[in-house]
Design a protein around this ligand. Structure first.
Ligand code: UDP
Ligand code: MG
Length: 140
């Protein structure tokens, strides 16, 4: 069993896609162990995406990610990190495979509807960014 952090980005919340997106993960055998709707400040978005601080898209990305409400969730399942990334599809919706969330709903390379941790190390940092120990204990 493995846990990963997933975000429904502002474009997904704005277009009323929360339920549809969670359903896709559930139908693929992943389980929601923690869930909240929230809104990041610009500084929080910059901290969350700190690994990208030197990339040209960092400024726009963090402005976008703090532009509206998001949904954060912890998903659990076998190989949850890899499977979540497969279910999401490629970063650029134009390159994402048929049936993936980004292919179905992504607007462009930035507004690509969902985030998922890319490795166990990332998940270990990203889960506590949004959820306390208390929120993660015995919720299954
Ligand atoms: N992003 C962007 N332009 C790019 C690459 C990425 O706006 O050229 C945004 C996009 O929202 C992406 C996020 O930055 O989801 C993080 O980029 P990363 O390469 O880590 O993609 P991901 O892991 O989300 O597929
Ligand atoms: Mg990434």
């Amino acid at each position: 069993m493995e846990r990963t952090l997933v975000l429904i980005k502002p474009d997904g919340v704005e277009r009323n896609l929360i339920g549809k997106i969670i359903s896709i993960f559930e139908e693929n055998g992943l389980r929601v162990v923690a869930l909240k709707k929230t809104k990041l400040t610009k500084d929080q978005a910059k901290a969350f995406y700190l690994v990208h601080k030197d990339r040209p898209f960092y400024e726009d990305l963090t402005t976008y990610m703090s532009s509206g409400p998001i949904v954060a969730m912890v998903l659990e399942g076998k190989d949850a990190i890899k499977r979540t990334r497969e279910i999401m599809g490629a970063t650029d919706p134009k390159e994402a495979q048929e049936g993936t969330i980004r292919k179905l709903f992504g607007l462009d390379k930035e507004k690509n509807t969902v985030h998922g941790s890319d490795s166990p190390e990332s998940a270990l940092k990203e889960i506590p960014f949004f959820f306390s120990e208390q929120e993660l204990i015995a919720l299954i």
